[in-house]
Design a binder for this molecule. Structure first.
Ligand code: ATR
Length: 277
C-alpha cells in the first residue's frame, strides 16, 4: 500500500513513523512518503500524484482546503468543515475525509471514558481551523454546551453559527471567559500559543479553574505545555496534544486499510520518540 503526506513544510512530521508502526502492528506492507509542496506548486503536483498511484494520502497546512476541487466525494465531516486531511482512492475516485476533530474527541474518550456525555459543558479557546474541527466533533457527539472564546470574538461567533439548536453555544472574548472557567467540564486550547520556542506563553490565566475539569492542549511540542502545567497545579485532569495527533493518524489508517489498529499500543513508544526529537 502506498501512502503519503502533502504539506509545506513537512520535514518534522511524525506521520511516517506512526504509519510505519501501524503497518507493522497490522502485518501489512506499505510506504508513507513525505511530499513537500509549496502552495504555488500544488495544482501542477496533483497530476503527478495520480501517476504515482497512491492509495491514500494526508494533507496538512496549507493544503486542506486547496484539495477540494480535485476530489470526487466528501464524507460528512469534510463536507461540514470544508477541509480535508485524509484522501482515499476508491473505485468512485478520490474521497476526502476529515479526521482531526473525531481524532481529538476519540482520544479524550480513550483517556476519560465517562466524561463525555449529553451533560458535558465544553469550552474551546481559539477559533481557527483546529477549533472548527473539534467544535464539529463535539457537536456530533451531542454534548450539552460548546462555547467558543477567541481573541477576535467575531471568529468565535462564526463557528458558533455553524452549530445546531440541540447544543447550547455562545461566543466569548478571552477576557470575559476567565471568570467563568469553573462552569466547564472540558476546556480545550486549540491555538498555537505556548508552542516551542514560545513555550512561556499561556493563552489565558487559569486562576478560576476548578478541580476535576479536563484541560486539553492541542500543542504537542513541548509535550506538556505551560498551560497544562498550570492546569495540573489547579487539580485539573489533563489531556495531551500528541494523543490527538496519534488518534487522528489511526483514524486515517483505518479509512485506508479497513483494519482496526490500536493507538494505545504504540502510545508509550510514540511519547519516547517525541521526547527524543
Ligand atoms: P489554525 O487553522 O491552525 O487553527 P488559524 O486559523 O490561524 O490557525 O487560527 C489561529 C488561532 O490562534 C486563532 O484563534 C487566533 O486568534 P485570532 O482569531 O484572534 O487571530 C489564535 N491566536 C494566535 N495567536 C494568538 C495569541 N497570541 N493570543 C491569542 N490567540 C491567538
Amino acid at each position: 500500500m502506498k501512502l503519503g503526506l502533502i504539506g509545506h513544510p513537512v520535514g518534522h512530521s511524525m506521520s511516517p513513523w506512526i504509519h510505519g508502526k501501524l503497518f507493522e502492528q497490522q502485518g501489512l506492507n506499505g510506504t508513507y512518503q513525505l511530499y513537500d509542496v509549496k502552495p504555488e506548486e500544488f495544482e501542477a503536483f496533483i497530476p503527478k500524484l495520480k501517476e504515482e498511484g497512491l492509495d491514500g494520502f494526508n494533507l496538512t497546512v496549507p493544503h486542506k482546503e486547496r484539495i477540494l476541487p480535485f476530489l470526487d466525494g466528501l464524507d460528512e465531516s469534510a463536507e461540514a468543515l470544508g477541509a480535508v486531511n485524509t484522501v482515499k482512492r476508491t473505485d468512485k475516485g478520490w474521497i476526502g475525509y476529515n479526521t482531526d476533530g473525531t481524532g481529538f474527541v476519540h482520544s479524550m474518550k480513550n483517556r476519560y471514558p465517562k466524561k463525555i456525555n449529553t451533560a458535558t459543558r465544553v469550552l474551546l479557546l481559539g477559533a481557527g481551523g483546529a477549533a472548527r474541527g473539534i467544535f464539529h466533533a463535539f457537536l456530533t457527539e451531542g454534548v450539552a454546551t460548546i462555547d467558543v472564546s477567541n481573541r477576535t470574538v467575531s471568529r468565535a461567533q462564526a463557528i458558533v453559527e455553524t452549530g445546531n439548536p440541540k447544543v447550547q453555544s455562545k461566543a466569548l472574548s478571552l477576557d470575559d471567559v476567565q471568570s467563568s472557567l469553573g462552569e466547564y467540564d472540558v476546556i480545550v486550547q486549540t491555538t498555537t500559543v505556548g508552542m516551542s520556542p514560545e513555550d512561556e506563553e499561556v493563552i489565558i490565566p487559569l486562576e478560576n479553574l476548578t478541580k476535576d475539569t479536563i484541560v486539553s492542549d492541542i500543542v504537542y511540542r513541548p509535550m506538556e505545555t505551560l498551560f497544562l502545567k498550570k492546569a495540573k497545579r489547579q487539580g485539573a485532569n489533563v489531556h495531551y496534544g500528541h494523543e490527538m495527533l496519534l488518534q487522528q493518524a489511526v483514524y486515517a489508517f483505518q479509512i485506508w486499510t479497513g483494519t482496526n489498529p490500536s493507538a494505545l499500543e504504540i502510545l508509550d513508544e510514540f511519547e519516547a520518540k517525541l521526547k527524543g526529537v
